[in-house]
Design a protein around this ligand. Structure first.
Ligand SMILES: [Zn+2]
Length: 229
């Protein structure tokens, strides 16, 4: 009697394989092993180096090289699977370097405006937050915040213009009909000047909701604090 198991497994592997978004080689993972290793080199030794007032920031990696490329592919080249991988990395870093004041925060992703969401098809910060929560076991509130208006691309603006650009950019989402008992941890893909996070925090605090900090996949060299990576 022929053994059908192996041919079936081979066939299944063909269906489960996809191409690595960076090198295009076939892989059964979201990112192939080689590219995953290169991406891991962007990991900061101390992700909580900026975990201090007034805006505690927890960041997985340095916004440069392979990580910069990964974030661009995730946002502008239709690769939501990269957000899942980065969310898992961020979650693993959180578990291995937990902030001392960590009191099981509730996770809220920075939302996209609905026009942008429709255009992109997914919110990368929401996918990062979802996978961050799968790894850490923290509670996720995907509808904690709502983005009121489309803002100009932040990278083209000065720090002062960014703040202006983000004033009243958010409102409280449907996820908070009741005030949460734990503080909020915001999740975003990149931390640059903190203007987006500050605007989101102002919206939550106005409603009496406490925010303990921001967890971001990457931070730029312009981020606050010493430039130690
Ligand atoms: Zn690859």
């Amino acid at each position: 009697m022929p053994n059908w198991t192996q041919p079936f497994k081979n066939l299944l592997n063909i269906f489960l394989q996809s191409n690595c978004p960076f090198c295009q080689r076939p892989t059964t993972r979201e990112i192939c092993l080689d590219c995953g290793r290169q991406l891991q080199q962007c990991h900061l030794k101390n992700p909580k180096a900026l975990w201090k007032q007034p805006l505690p920031v927890f960041a997985w990696g340095k916004y440069d090289g392979m990580l910069k490329q990964a974030i661009a592919a995730m946002k502008y080249d239709n690769h939501p699977e990269i957000a899942r991988v980065l969310g898992q990395y961020l979650g693993q870093a959180w578990l291995s370097h937990p902030p001392e004041d960590n009191s099981q925060p509730i996770v809220v992703p920075i939302p996209l405006h609905k026009t942008k969401l429709k255009e992109r098809g997914y919110n990368q910060a929401a996918l990062i937050a979802e996978n961050f929560c799968l790894v850490t076991g923290l509670q996720l509130k995907p509808q904690g915040l709502q983005r009121n208006r489309q803002t100009t691309a932040q990278f083209s603006l000065s720090a002062q213009e960014r703040q202006q650009n983000l004033t009243d950019a958010f409102s409280l989402g449907s996820g908070f009909r009741r005030l949460p008992k734990s503080p909020i941890l915001l999740v975003d893909d990149i931390y640059t000047t903190g203007a987006t996070a500050k605007s989101a925090i102002a919206t939550l605090e106005k409603s009496g909701i406490q925010v303990c900090g921001l967890a971001a996949v990457a931070r730029t060299a312009q981020g606050r604090g010493p430039r130690i990576y």
